[in-house]
Ligand binder design. Sequence first.
Ligand code: ZN
Length: 169
Amino acid sequence: MVQADKSSGRTESFLENVRMTGPGQYLPDPTEGITRVEDLPEPRRVERSRNYPRRRCPQCGHSAYRNRTFTRTLHDLGDLAANRPSDLVITCSQHRCSRCGKYFNADLADLAAPNSHYTRRVVSLAVRLVVEDGLPYRSASWHLWRDHRVFVPFATVQNWVEAGGKKGR
Ligand SMILES: [Zn+2]
């Protein structure tokens, strides 16, 4: 949480800069030109729980007790009104099946793909910007930040599009 301390003061001036002063008036995005993630405003943390005492084993169907808990952070669509990114911080349970020995985690598949740092809705929005709207990867990345307050490096957008489209496997 070193980053949080550094940027908390910055968030205030950041908000003042974008306060509307008149209808339709053009105000440049105060974050335009920022290239370092650590200079962006601190994310709002939204806590969620997927923490269960028991879950059904995906391998043998046995009801498996919780082994431990851990947290997973997912970058979500941001909070445009507050001008901040938004992170889902999910407390998850890991389970160990006493019958077959399998370790598995509480299901998050509805929220995010395995090993992804972003929610599914961020990924699908990014892919739509490129595939449907024809934006180049860098423009899509900028659009995601400017209009949705989620920072996605353009190479990541490219990976998503290529994994989902004809260019991918
Ligand atoms: Zn099992």
